[in-house]
Design a protein around this ligand. Structure first.
Ligand SMILES: [Zn+2]
Length: 116
């Protein structure tokens, strides 16, 4: 489905198999949700293992295994089976009324900013 909104180049709605949404740029950081340990170096292998059919988990220096969707991502990232993609929006934030309407219809929505 594709639609347009005033001042926005494109808005796409997507529903499909769960996938990982991230900024796709340098500077991406991943940390343990318990101790804050840096997991950036080992995250790509864990993500690829999951994409290959493995568990969506990562071993951590804190001695635990964490579900990948519980990690701290900077900038924000998310696993999702549905998304709304806004291409070249005039502002990085949704207008307040739109954000409120989306949050009411879609609790747990996360905003992931990316370039490219
Ligand atoms: Zn940990």
């Amino acid at each position: 489905m594709q639609t347009a909104a005033p001042g926005w180049a494109e808005v796409h709605a997507w529903v499909g198999p769960e996938r990982f949404f991230a900024n796709g740029q340098g500077g991406f950081r991943v940390a343990c949700p318990v101790a804050g340990s840096d997991l950036t170096g080992r995250f790509p292998a864990a993500l690829e293992a999951w994409r290959g059919g493995g568990p969506r988990r990562i071993g951590c220096e804190c001695g635990r295994e964490h579900e990948l969707d519980t990690l701290r991502y900077r900038p924000a990232a998310a696993f999702a089976s549905a998304a709304v993609e806004c291409v070249d929006p005039p502002d990085a934030e949704l207008p307040e009324a739109v954000a409120a309407a989306v949050a009411a219809c879609w609790p747990g929505l996360r905003q992931v900013l990316r370039r490219g």
